[in-house]
Design a protein around this ligand. Structure first.
Ligand code: GLU
Length: 489
């Protein structure tokens, strides 16, 4: 299958757009076909500088590399493939030719209506509670007048002449049988007065010339589809298949909005999401794998994905699920990969971490607790600087650690641990020694482990006391117990 993603560069790539791109990519991979990227910039007024670059860099980050069309090559924008150009503003001559063909065959007609007339027409229609629709004023102009005005160069657009008596039907890959009455379809503008085509004309011509088999796009295009099918028919071309994916919704079932969630894919990149997590999450927005499996890599998705299992109803954008998937994907990284990915951030804050031969083991201690890489310098800081231990942290009523008990506990800990030789300083031996002391001093688990962990890390949350002590080594552990004793004294 040849599928395409055809964004308009009117702003940053929306997460819904990224999901559309993902679905189109998956179908292409699954069928050993081609995934195309075409830039639909016919609406020059709405085009935003930098938007194409943003689309490309986001797709690149996500690993959704187009096989054909516009793509990043060595960090620069390139167009590759034999059916280009793949940027619509570079194809205006092509659209003009097809528009002329429709005009010559009488399948489209020029419309000279002024913007003022059209506004008044729409206002009157809405006052009558009618759907806004062109009233075909220019369809009945005498042939002569049309010729004269065209010759004079009167500003005009070209409109599609929709056959009102027809019923247009097709089978949507997600929604099933669809049917539209011709009289409800507006005579769509195909060519604007500046000679630029509208999206409607341009994308039909392109989907044909680029041999697209399947169009996957947002639900908002559903009502325009009969116009597109008509165009295919008028040109005598076989239309592609269509799949209209459901809207993304806020938790309250309103359309996903900036006010409730970030909507630009870039915001999720900046926040620190892994591409694996975001793609996994987006894939599941509207698609049900039909099994218990929740984590899918891109190749796994390409295998499992099917449009039949995409729902028609809007999909709730549940950010808690996204956070959960992010944590899961962090755990899935190999410990080496995890350590290498976080090292630059930790080193930026604690330069000593750069030369630390124990960095991988220390990083491994926190891998299970991290949601975003940016949290890691804070979590590993106690290995590289003196912890900020306070009485408020050492004493902990929940663990039954009172200020009165502290000096005794810390002293006992320092005494036993000092007896452990350097070469026997492991999690197991530490555990054995601490448990023995606990029994001897008649303490509870929390009463001994909390002060030990707090003294070593200065943090309310961290990996467990034995892991931390083992990773710190004997010298640092003993020094920190001595400091804590001073604070508790
Ligand atoms: N350029 C349209 C958009 O950005 C694409 C619609 C389509 O895929 O046909 O929404």
């Amino acid at each position: 299958m040849r599928t395409r993603f055809a964004p308009s560069p009117t702003g940053f790539l929306h997460v819904g757009g990224l999901r559309t791109a993902l679905y189109a990519y998956l179908i292409a991979k699954q069928t050993k076909g081609k995934f195309l990227l075409r830039i639909e910039d016919t609406d020059q007024e709405r085009s935003v500088p930098g938007a194409v670059e943003n689309i490309l860099s986001t797709l690149h980050w996500a690993g959704l590399h187009p096989d054909e069309g516009v793509m990043m090559r060595k960090g620069i924008m390139a167009q590759e493939g034999t059916k280009g150009p793949y940027i619509q503003s570079e194809r205006t001559e092509i659209y003009k030719k097809y528009a002329d063909e429709l005009l010559a065959k009488g399948l489209a007609y020029p419309c000279f209506c002024t913007p003022e007339r059209l506004t008044k027409m729409r206002d009157d229609q809405s006052a009558r509670k009618q759907a806004p629709m062109y009233d075909r004023h220019c369809l009945s102009l005498p042939k002569k007048e049309i010729e004269q005005r065209l010759a004079k160069g009167d500003p005009h657009v070209l409109r599609l002449h929709v056959p009102h008596e027809r019923t247009i039907t097709y089978e949507d890959e997600i929604r099933g049988a669809m049917s539209f009455q011709g009289h409800t379809i507006d005579d769509q503008v195909l060519l604007k007065s500046d000679g630029f085509p509208t999206y409607h004309l341009a994308h039909v011509v392109d989907d044909h010339l680029m041999e697209i088999d399947l169009v996957i796009r947002g639900e908002e295009w559903l009502s325009s589809t009969p116009k597109h099918l008509l165009l295919f028919e008028l040109f005598g071309w076989t239309p592609p298949k269509y799949a209209h994916v459901p809207l993304l919704l806020n938790k309250d079932r309103t359309k996903l909005s900036k006010r409730q969630s970030a909507v630009a894919a870039e915001d999720y990149i900046k926040e620190g999401y892994l591409p694996e997590a975001l793609l996994n999450f987006l894939a599941l927005l509207g698609w049900n794998p039909g099994s218990e499996q929740e984590m899918f890599s891109l190749p796994e998705l390409a295998e499992a994905f099917s449009l039949e299992r995409v729902q028609k109803a809007g999909a709730i954008f549940d950010t808690e699920k996204l956070l959960w998937l992010q944590g899961q994907w962090i755990r899935r990284l190999s410990p080496q990969d995890f350590a290498e990915r976080i090292r630059p951030m930790v080193v930026a804050r604690f330069p000593d971490a750069d030369q630390d031969p124990h960095f991988p083991e220390r990083a491994a201690l926190i891998q299970g607790r991290v949601t975003f890489f940016r949290e890691t310098p804070e979590m590993l800081g106690f290995f590289y600087e003196e912890p900020k231990v306070t009485m408020g942290l050492l004493a902990n009523p929940k663990q039954k650690v009172t200020p009165e008990l502290l000096p005794k506990v810390l002293k006992a800990l320092a005494k036993t641990l000092d007896l452990l030789p350097d070469n026997k300083w492991t999690i197991d031996t530490l555990k054995e020694a601490v448990q023995k002391t606990m029994k001897k001093e008649e303490l509870g688990q929390g009463q001994i482990l909390w002060p030990l962990r707090a003294a070593l890390t200065g943090l309310p949350f961290s990996p467990g006391a034995y892991e931390v002590a083992a990773a710190l080594g004997k010298t640092a552990t003993m020094a920190r117990l001595v400091s804590a004793q001073k604070i508790a004294a």
